[in-house]
Design a protein. Structure first.
Lengths: 747, 314
């Protein structure tokens, strides 16, 4: 994030936040005010709380101030109350909730822990910790809630939080049972049913009923309860149906104009739809009411930073009916360099996916590249299990720019390809596609049609296979939304990709398209498998497991031996003991030939051959590495050089083009590629490369102009050739090659 | 970027030399005397790196002067405060005000907030002591390239009339091991550093090249740069730190051609001074005419030199 707000509570927020419903015991004076608030009698509730805020009881004063949105007053009262009663666990827990409400989760956790130190059974503190974990989509929330329910099986907030988590994970039947129980308990205990109704409305939505009766029932109880729309909208957001979420959030703020959390969500989601001006307006409103939110501040700063971006609109390509047009938002410092490559790849992906999925996009695709990873991260804030490099919001793709990371650190071409596949799976299903299938198709397309060939399975996937941690297909979404072990999101990406690869292999591309059609109808995964593929999900799981065993079982069986060979190869290479490094690298490759990611033994093997003077073998090794999707730019550049020296200029060109998909900002690559293209008689492409080279502002400007002059000469544009030649010689009058060319031109 | 005109407008004037050093005039200058000191590495990888950099710089220096005796190298164990003082003593005795001194310092430097120190075997030398040693040499043209960490601490105090100082860091507070020396050494054999393509790399060109490469290397790794090279003192262009082509032989014919070359270079410089007042097409036409003359003379020089080389071989 660019900058988080100060942690101190120093500003008096002017008005109400979302309605907080208190399920614990409350002193009667507070409960009296609460009842007015729950019924939507806001003016009367406010007068009631103000009276209490002026009272003597510090704890009640603090609660009343908090209900009024006077967080500074609440904070001071809590601090003093805790000072006077340092062993009161409940006071600390309540103070923790104040921090939670002002987006300071770490401070809240500290207070909840302090409360538990004083009372290890404190329910409020455990619920607080569960809330923090659930907000972060962490599985440990379950642990805290189980503790609460084992002490009090009718604990309403615990049941509601569990139901919410069930809904987020797609466990709808479980959520329904919990909510029925919660409704009964709320009635028995005399609690307002507003949150129960809101979650029931969300359950209806997830069951395909967008016009739930529960919304009306909530509003009948409290006519200003805009939170009901906000709650339902949350489930649209996490299932990536941003447009529907926007509609509901707009209803929420119409009903309750000072519901600042809804304004914030509305702003963030409008931005995901590229509706920048409206987004800014709602975020500014949200900021006025909630200046503590890092998400609001950072998103507003991101919008401000847009003035440093260049937006270029590319109309649909002529004669290409599938092309909806592409809009690029690139940082001004790199737009000139990146634009041609990003545009070409985006268009190629649109053409590819239109054909493969029989679906034509109806709106232009917006592609944003952020040189600052933190700016990109603002875009994904609040979304669970989102990839680290890119994200797709329907027609809008946002991703890291290659300039934001170390050269060669990530393959931007593959990331863009992956995200563009999401555009299709999301739009073809009106965003109803489950997370796992959308990711699976994207990963599978990366491997099968993307710019980088081959599967790229990380070691954690094989470890998960070995440890039997893969999920049944019908539950695969859980691995993304609420992972239960550290690598589970990555493992789930890979499993989803392999599932889609298996479907395509066994049922053909039609299998994937049939699945997509089922999802577009709102069918759940289990049923979609049965209808599209003709076998029950359980049978699919069994057959997929057998397939994986055949495909990858050997790697799993040899994992330790492979890791040992890898370690040895690296150690020997570090010690410059090349014969031993070669032997270990060969062993590693034999055990796991597809491993071409960071630390690949192919690179060590190639280096060992080079050290032994066997350039031919070194080049052959790198060619094998490249064929399997290896993309280390240094390795590829060495391969391009050797291919060129061996007289295979076309191959050198192809390799250098691959380098640009992982390291597009290296000046030398563009110059070298331009030279090779000129040699193979492709002067137009050579000129484009030289122009990119010039845009990178290389050190040797005479050389830039000389190269441009040569390209123009090859294109028979003598005027421009002469002009650039003169610029080259103006800078470097003794430039022999340029002098020679000038003499030739004049003669 | 569609038109050549837009590119022409973007010609980087800042990259143009302050003045064009006539190729043959430069060759006629007195060859500089070099002192190259590579201090202690402290650990094998640095020992090896510093020794290699000293060797590269020394090779370039020998190639440039054509006289190995004008290049003294003190490296690793041999670089002590006594040996450095002795080397400066010899230079102070040998050189006079018409001479040129070039000093390259490589290794680790430290700065404690007051004093800079060059790490040597045994006692270190302070920035003030090194400044005094530089003062003791009567050569009126001096170039000092201090590539050590914290070298920026001495930038101001060492810069005087006639002395150009290059440091790897902006101040004494940039204390991490630097990359500058590696790129400066690379500049001395790189055609890319020779911006005006005259076959000679000037101190300014080497500095520009190395600075750029340092910045690029940090950027490519996605790291914040911990060194920001600096240059102070006028006329870094006058120091030739590397010769990329063979030393020209002097004959009456070649001297005549060289003189003609210098004349054309002067006219070129005069034309460039008038550029802003000229119509762009007229400027390019005049530029072309002069460049053609220059190219023709260059061809004549190359032919004469080749014939001379051939007769020498015979």
């Amino acid at each position: 994030m660019k900058a988080f707000l100060p942690l101190l509570l120093v500003v008096l927020a002017p008005a109400a936040f979302g309605l907080t419903i208190e399920y614990g015991e409350r002193p009667e004076p507070l409960a009296e005010c609460d009842r007015l608030a729950y019924r939507g009698e806001r003016s009367a509730a406010s007068t009631c709380y103000q009276r209490l805020r002026a009272g003597d009881d510090l704890a009640i004063r603090a609660e009343a101030a908090r209900a009024l949105g006077d967080f500074r007053g609440a904070n001071e009262a809590f601090r003093e109350a805790v000072r006077q009663a340092p062993d009161d666990a409940s006071l600390r827990a309540r103070w923790g909730y104040l921090f939670l409400e002002t987006h300071q989760a770490n401070e809240a956790v500290q207070l909840f822990n302090e409360a538990l130190e004083r009372d290890p059974k404190h329910i409020g503190a455990k619920l607080g910790l569960a809330s923090v974990a659930a907000g972060r989509f962490e599985d440990r929330a379950h642990g805290w809630l189980e503790e609460v329910l084992s002490a009090d099986e009718d604990n309403l907030p615990a049941l509601l939080l569990l139901a919410r988590m069930d809904l987020e994970e797609g466990a709808l039947d479980r959520a329904a049972a919990r909510l029925d129980r919660a409704e009964r308990i709320a009635e028995e205990q005399g609690h307002p049913p507003l949150e129960v109704y809101a979650l029931k409305a969300a359950l209806d939505l997830l069951n395909g009923n967008a016009n739930s009766e529960w919304v009306g029932r909530a509003l009948a109880y409290n006519p200003t309860y805009g939170e009901v729309y906000e709650t339902v909208a949350h489930f649209y957001v996490i299932t990536r149906r941003y447009r529907e979420a926007i509609d509901l959030l707009q209803k929420a703020v119409e009903l309750k104009p000072d519901l600042y959390s809804a304004h914030a969500e509305l702003g963030v989601n409008l931005l995901r739809e590229n509706r920048v001006v409206e987004a800014q307006r709602h975020l500014a409103t949200a900021y006025q009411g909630d200046p503590y939110s890092p998400q609001i501040v950072n998103t507003l700063r991101l919008i401000d930073s847009f003035e440093n971006f260049v937006v270029s609109t590319h109309e649909p390509a002529e004669g290409q009916p599938y092309d909806p047009g592409v809009i690029l938002r690139l940082h001004e410092s790199e737009a000139e360099v990146l634009e041609p490559y990003v545009l070409a790849l985006a268009r190629k992906s649109i053409e590819t996916f239109t054909e493969r999925y029989d679906f034509t996009l109806k709106e232009p695709v917006v592609v944003e590249l952020y040189p600052e990873h933190d700016d990109f991260a603002v875009r994904t804030s609040g979304l669970p299990g989102i990839g680290l490099l890119g994200v797709t919001f329907g027609h809008l793709v946002a991703m890291d720019s290659p300039s934001g990371r170390a050269e060669g650190d990530f393959h931007w071409g593959t990331t863009l390809w992956h995200e563009m596949a999401h555009v299709f799976t999301l739009e073809a299903t009106a965003h109803l596609v489950p997370r796992w299938f959308s990711e699976g198709v994207s990963v599978y397309e990366e491997w099968s049609t993307g710019p980088l060939p081959g599967r790229h399975l990380p070691i954690v996937f094989f470890e998960a296979m070995r440890d039997d941690q893969l999920l049944p297909i019908a539950e695969l979404d859980r691995g993304f939304i609420r992972p239960t072990y550290q690598a589970q999101v990555v493992v789930s990406y890979m499993q989803a990709g392999l599932v889609c690869e298996y479907i395509a292999m066994r049922w053909g591309q039609e299998g994937l398209k049939s699945m997509l059609a089922q999802f577009a109808e709102g069918v759940e995964t289990g049923d979609a498998v049965e209808r599209a593929l003709g076998i029950p999900a359980e049978q699919f799981d069994e057959e997929f497991a057998a397939h994986l065993e055949t495909e990858l079982g050997a790697v799993v069986d040899n994992l330790e031996s492979w890791q040992q060979a890898q370690r040895e190869a690296h150690q020997q290479a570090d010690a410059a003991n090349w014969p031993a490094a070669l032997e270990a690298a060969n062993r590693a490759i034999e055990l796991f030939p597809d491993f071409v990611d960071e630390g690949s033994a192919y690179l060590i093997k190639a280096k060992a051959h080079e050290e032994a003077g066997d350039v031919e073998q070194a080049a052959a090794t790198l060619a094998d590495y490249r064929r399997r999707g290896g993309h280390d730019p240094t390795g590829l550049r060495a391969l391009a050089k050797w291919r060129y020296e061996a007289g295979d200029v076309d191959e050198a060109v192809a390799v250098l083009e691959d380098v640009l998909l992982v390291a597009p900002l290296g000046e030398d690559v563009h110059a070298e590629l331009g030279d090779r293209l000129l040699e193979v008689g492709r002067p137009e492409q050579a000129l484009a490369e030289y122009q990119t080279y010039a845009a990178l502002d290389p050190h040797d400007q005479a050389n830039v102009h000389y190269r441009l002059a040569r390209a123009y000469q090859a294109l028979d544009d003598q005027a421009r050739a002469r002009e650039h030649l003169l610029y080259a010689l103006e800078i470097a009058p003794h430039y022999r090659e340029a002098q020679q060319m000038l003499l030739e031109i004049v003669r | 970027m569609d038109s050549a005109a837009s590119l022409g407008a973007a010609v980087k004037l800042r990259r143009l030399p302050l003045w064009l050093v006539p190729l043959y005039a430069a060759a006629a200058q007195a060859e500089p005397h070099y002192l190259i000191v590579a201090g202690l590495g402290g650990e094998p990888r640095y020992e090896e790196r510093f020794a290699q950099q000293a060797q590269s710089l020394a090779e370039a220096a020998r190639r440039t002067t054509g006289n190995a005796e004008q290049v003294e190298v003190l490296s690793g164990e041999d670089a002590t405060q006594e040996s450095v003082r002795a080397a400066f003593g010899r230079l102070a005795e040998t050189l006079d005000s018409n001479d040129t001194l070039i000093v390259f310092l490589i290794g680790h430097g430290t700065f404690d907030g007051d004093d800079y120190k060059l790490n040597l075997k045994g006692r270190d030398l302070t920035g003030a002591e090194l400044g005094e040693l530089l003062e003791s040499v009567p050569a009126s043209a001096q170039l000092v390239m201090n590539a050590t960490s914290a070298s920026g601490a001495v930038l101001e105090s060492w810069t005087t009339d006639g002395r150009t100082v290059i440091t790897a860091t902006r101040s004494g507070n940039e204390r991490n091991a630097t990359r500058f020396a590696e790129h400066f050494a690379a500049a001395l054999s790189s055609g890319e550093a020779d911006l005006d393509k005259n076959g000679l790399v000037s101190a300014q060109e080497a500095f520009d090249y190395a600075s750029r490469k340092v910045a690029d290397s940090y950027e490519a790794e996605g790291m914040l740069a911990t060194e920001h090279p600096q240059i102070a003192g006028e006329g870094a262009q006058r120091f030739t730190v590397a010769r990329l082509t063979a030393r020209p032989t002097q004959t009456p014919e070649l001297e005549r051609l060289s003189a003609r070359m210098a004349e054309i270079e002067g006219e070129l410089e005069a034309l460039r001074q008038r550029r802003s007042q000229m119509d762009p097409d007229a400027y390019l036409n005049e530029l072309q005419a002069l460049l053609l003359q220059l190219a023709t003379v260059q061809q004549d020089i190359d032919r004469a030199q080749a014939a001379l080389d051939e007769s020498t071989e015979d």
